[in-house]
Design a protein. Sequence first.
Length: 407
Amino acid sequence: MTTAPVPLSGPRFQTEPTALYREMRLEHGSVTPVVLDGGVPAWLVLGYRELHQVTGDPVLFSRDSDLWNQWDTIPDDWPLLPMIGRRQPSILYTVGERHRERAAMISDALEAVDPFELRRHVERIADELIDAVCAKGEADLVADYAMLLPVRVLAILYGFTEEQGPGLVTALNDMIDGRERALAGQTHLATSMTGLLAARKEHPADDVVSRMLADQSGFTDEEIVQDLMVMLAAGHQPTADWIGNSLRLMLTDDRFAASLFGGRNSVAEAMNEVLWEDTPTQNVAGRWASRDTRLGGRHIRAGDLLLLGLQGANSDPQVRTDGSTLTGGNNAHFSFGHGEHRCPFPAQEVAEVIARTGIEVVLDRLPDIDLAVPAETLTRRPSPWLRGLTALPVMFTPTPTLGSPSA
């Protein structure tokens, strides 16, 4: 087993991540040494069992980023700071009983969302987005649709005006991509959330932010703002990529061709396959070892950063022994995480309603849709963290608009 660390960057995360994770596993084992921007060392956990161990033991593998043994080497303008933050007062970095209280507050606020009302919001906005392109006979289902739909729906649920949606999309993408505009995106998001919080303190409404403010657990405004930023980031981009990746699969795989012409029967199956084979959230930062330990044959020092290799674990040959595609009702994937820091169940339900309804509207409105370019020319964003298409060009017979149905 070699020890030369693997750069967590480069075009192969776009072009052939499955092969890349397989090579990492063969060369380094289930726990791979990697380097982040600026030569910062970390471990990438690729083994299914090892990832289950890390996410299932919040004491040994803590979410408290103050434990990191690299803080002295991290510059203030490090582009990954929005993702691996120092002393961020959000649910991501809270541990123990306080974390459980915050998770309950978020779950309660999201669980109160009426699923029928949610679906109506999604259908209305999805129809508006399709109306903008349906008469043209061609569209980019990433830029024109998937990248606009989740955040507009979430903005309504949280209490934002619909006009604020485009700016939130840009800020979220800048922050998540972890490049030169990452910190500016984070600042825009924080400013927007702070303004919304102040407005809802003055005028409460039936929305997620008002319900979080009404919680009696004594959270500060800063804590709620941070949690709202986490919720919006985690709720928008992965859901947009879930839509895009699922539509790509249905447009390029003959197994799903019937659903394009025969209705919605295969939508859920395609969505579940994406969570196994092409999950939007590929790698997540992170956990920090609270003491020296061993994992996957590696010596992990106290304070070491462990990155959660969700896609690598989903394709671990130790649990996927026959290499078959997993669809149907098997949801033992890591795409929503695991353990007490996994995505709250109500948030998963909201994401699934947005993604599934969004896909169904496309199939209903554009029944003869087809790719406008060869499938092999489709490209992915240059990110080792989230996996999504840069574009999904399609063509179809022009259809009339539905107008602007009321909410």
